[in-house]
Design a protein around this ligand. Structure first.
Ligand code: ACO
Length: 430
């Protein structure tokens, strides 16, 4: 805590309360307003939580003005270049990079927990053939609380580990089952001789009728995308997981809530919306009309994959994905005209005073869909891919919250503007 204090003075009585100032390792100072209601009877008002720190966290740091993102203090650029998704999972969950044996042990645990109960598999038959994969995945992950309720004691750290391992290991299997249901193919069981991303490619694309060769370039690209999606501090879905989890609910239910929050187009659903937008634009000559629509306040249309609550500079993840998009397409020998449209759109938007003044830059979702498309992942599965990468972040935050003695049930207050007291009126007199 810093020695600095903010003085809150009641304008009517002139009486003041000292509000302590908390300092993090890096980042802005935080005014602790907890005494405000008890001592002054007032609430603070912050829709969208633009100025509110909801918790203390040691996991991820973002400097939105500088375009900096760090997991446990390590810059995401270094992790993207030198690490692997499994190593990043360990880092996020445990706070330190693993030693060799720790990493091997972690990989073994994840690899040997990829199967799902056959009854879970049968749940997919209850979904219509054209159900959105995010709806299926959120529903099925929520149903895991029915399978693991009695063996999940959230106050037991070992049980919290087991939960994290299970959900990280099983989400690709659930995602693949959702995909197979959508395309009407038989489910493909996981293979323990494959790494996390190769196994995912196998579960998605192998069919019993012929041999499937896993492309290592594709598996490597997935691994990198998952590193970039792994965590992003108190974003909408993570805050949802924390809020739901703060009631001490079963953690699979809290993750299902996070998946549901991620689905929205203002959040992780933007990757699907970006591809749909690029498909609509199709040719570079139509870009100006879409940019004009995005600037028109009477039109609901926004440039999808542009803008961010925290980044007022280029999203560092978008920078990495943009350069990897070129490499991956080249290595896979693919040419996607949508990449040209995306690059031209970025160029035009970043020269436009509307986007410049509002500091709207491409975010993580702007280019990722083009890579997923090159890997054969259909557009409707893009947010599911995001969810697979983000699951470890949700788990790390949920574990941090449950272990934090300061945690209380999340329960915001409100500025009430509805009717004040009125007497009930009988139906015949209304
Ligand atoms: N296109 C056009 N205008 C935009 C865009 C956009 N993509 N994003 C923001 N703006 C404008 C707003 O209209 C607003 O203008 P105003 O000040 O004249 O009213 C201003 O920029 C600020 O926008 P807000 O919506 O107030 O910013 P907020 O922080 O609440 O929203 C959000 C951030 C939701 C990401 C927004 O930029 C957006 O809708 N972007 C498109 C969807 C998207 O890509 N989402 C993915 C985000 S990354 C992630 O969650 C994984």
């Amino acid at each position: 805590m810093s020695s600095k204090k903010y003085l809150f003075t009641d304008p009517e009585t002139g009486k003041s309360v000292d509000l302590p100032v908390l300092s993090g390792t890096v980042g802005p100072e935080v005014v602790d307003i907890r005494a405000l209601y008890a001592e002054k009877g007032v609430f603070t008002y912050d829709p969208g939580f633009g100025s509110t720190a909801s918790c203390e966290s040691k996991i991820t740091y973002i400097d939105g003005d500088q375009g900096v993102l760090m997991y446990r203090g390590y810059p995401v650029e270094q992790l993207a270049e030198k690490s692997s998704f499994m190593e990043v999972c360990y880092l996020l969950l445990h706070g330190e990079l693993p030693k060799k044996e720790q990493l091997e042990g972690f990989i073994k645990t994840i690899t040997t927990h990829t199967m799902i109960n056959e009854t879970i598999l049968r749940l997919f038959n209850g979904f219509h053939y054209d159900a959105h994969p995010m709806a299926m995945v959120a529903g099925v992950v929520g149903s895991m609380s029915a399978f693991y309720h009695d063996t999940t004691d959230i106050m037991n750290p070992r049980h919290r580990d087991i939960f994290a391992h299970r959900i990280i290991a099983k989400l690709p299997t659930i995602a693949a089952a959702a995909y197979k249901h959508t395309v009407g193919q038989p489910f493909t069981y996981p293979r323990n001789d494959l790494d996390y991303c190769s196994n995912m490619m196998h579960m998605f694309f192998a069919v019993p009728a012929e041999k499937y060769n896993i492309n290592p370039v594709a598996a490597q690209a997935l691994d990198l995308l998952f590193i970039l999606h792994a965590d992003h501090e108190q974003n909408c879905s993570t805050s949802t997981v924390r809020l739901a989890g703060s009631s001490q609910t079963n953690p699979y239910s809290a993750i299902a809530a996070g998946i549901s929050a991620l689905w929205g187009p203002a959040h992780g659903g933007a990757n699907e919306a970006v591809l749909q937008m690029l498909e609509q634009i199709r040719t570079a000559d139509k870009i100006p009309q879409f940019v004009a629509r995005a600037k028109d306040k009477k039109d609901n249309f926004r440039l999808m994959g542009f803008g961010h609550r925290v980044y007022k500079n280029y999203d560092p993840r978008a920078k990495i994905i943009r350069s990897m998009t070129h490499k991956v397409l080249e290595q896979l020998g693919k040419n996607d005209p949508l990449l040209d449209v995306a690059m031209r759109l970025e160029e035009i938007a970043l020269k436009d005073s509307y986007f410049v003044e509002k500091k709207l830059y491409p975010n993580v979702d702007f280019y990722s869909g083009i890579i997923y498309r090159a890997l054969g992942i259909p557009t409707s599965m893009l947010t599911v891919m995001f969810a697979i990468g983000r699951t470890v972040g949700w788990c790390a935050h949920w574990r941090e919250m449950i272990a934090d003695p300061e945690t209380r049930i999340g329960r915001p207050r409100q500025l009430y503007t509805g009717p004040a007291f009125r007497d009930y009126v009988a139906v015949e007199k209304r």
